[in-house]
Design a protein around this ligand. Structure first.
Ligand SMILES: NC(=O)c1ccc[n+]([C@@H]2O[C@H](COP(=O)([O-])OP(=O)(O)OC[C@H]3O[C@@H](n4cnc5c(N)ncnc54)[C@H](OP(=O)(O)O)[C@@H]3O)[C@@H](O)[C@H]2O)c1
Length: 306
């Protein structure tokens, strides 16, 4: 099958190529998905640079990509819950970095797979799993609900945009940080935008003079502001700053979870959760998509169509 691969760690795109690799085997506990769309996440190029080598083995050549939407074309002997032809999506992280989603087919643990939302196209469905599960996990850990005023750092990003929508759906008031060119977008979601950078704590206090009850950080390096604007019993969590734990907060890592992803599919079908698309790229353009993701300013998900 055709796949994008790299044969060694690199902090640029120099090891990326496209070629033929063996079709994936479909083992027990797995389903084989014909990839209709995959999505780029910052972790993909961070892994390519060796950033997770301390915690995960990589077997080269590596097919990058952890997000997928597609059609079930095979299944292991113990996965009767899926049938050939099912339209599904998954956050397809595995224990070893090797057989990712930027390929014609990927074998995925069935426990990570959920039905594709009826209202989504393939691109939107591919863009939801990793970012949506991250947003949901952070807001669950913070127990965000009605009565909360939540500050979301990086509210216009892949994770932040979904967190804004989930927090609003739970009845919270949402203040979100973004570049000014993304403020109209945040307002269209129902959030109150503020510009990040120097003076952020003052700008947040202007909107919420009594402080915010929860902070979800999807940017990193925001702890001073977070602690300055939180109420006394406020909760905070970060997906990009492990030191949050040393200051009474949560350090969040997303985990493949088909059931939690099904809940997100339900929200999508209710019209509560929208995924914006920044661009669609072929397998030969994975490097271009990585470059755009590396800017940290793509507005929407970057999609790979094999
Ligand atoms: N721990 C986990 O499990 C986990 C899971 C998913 C993601 N992450 C991490 O979370 C981060 C965000 O991921 P993503 O997919 O949302 O990335 P993304 O789509 O590239 O979004 C990046 C966001 O960062 C904002 N931003 C850029 N520079 C900033 C700055 N100096 N201060 C504050 N915000 C800034 C951007 O806002 P503007 O464009 O409006 O400027 C944009 O909203 C990445 O570091 C990623 O690796 C961790």
């Amino acid at each position: 099958m055709r796949a994008a691969t790299y044969d060694a760690y690199a902090s640029d795109n120099s090891r990326l190529t496209v070629g033929d690799v063996p079709d994936p085997k479909v083992g027990p506990g797995q389903v084989l998905i014909e990839v209709r769309a995959a999505a780029v996440n910052p972790v993909d190029w961070k892994i390519m640079a060796g950033g997770l080598d301390g915690m995960m083995d990589a077997v080269f050549p590596v097919i990058p990509g952890w997000d997928v939407a597609g059609v079930v074309r095979g299944r292991g002997p113990d996965t009767p819950e899926f049938a050939e032809g099912d339209e599904v999506m998954a956050y397809a992280r595995k224990d070893v970095v090797h057989a990712g989603t930027f390929a014609a087919y990927v074998a995925v643990n069935a426990s990570a797979v959920a039905r594709k939302p009826d209202v989504y196209g393939w691109h939107e469905a591919a863009g939801l799993p990793l970012a949506g599960l991250t947003a949901q996990r952070a807001l669950d850990r913070l127990d965000v609900g009605a009565g909360d005023t939540v500050l979301i750092h990086a509210a216009s990003g892949g994770v932040g945009d979904l967190a804004v929508q989930i927090a609003l759906a739970r009845g919270a008031r949402v203040i979100g940080t973004a570049s000014e060119r993304n403020h109209a977008h945040l307002e269209s979601r129902g959030a109150e935008p503020v510009t990040y950078g120097d003076g952020l704590a003052d700008r947040v206090r202007t909107l919420a003079p009594d402080g915010v009850t929860a902070v979800a950080d999807f940017a990193g390096d925001q702890l001073d502001t977070t602690l300055a604007v939180l109420t006394d019993n406020g909760r905070h969590a970060s997906v990009a700053d492990p030191t949050a734990e040393q200051h009474g907060g949560h350090w969040i890592w997303v985990r493949p979870d088909g059931r939690a992803l099904s809940d997100l599919a339900d929200l999508a079908d209710e019209g509560t959760l929208k995924v914006d698309i920044a661009g669609v790229h072929s397998l030969t353009e994975v490097g271009t998509a990585f470059d755009e993701s590396r800017t940290s300013h793509a507005r929407g998900k970057l999609i790979i169509e094999p």
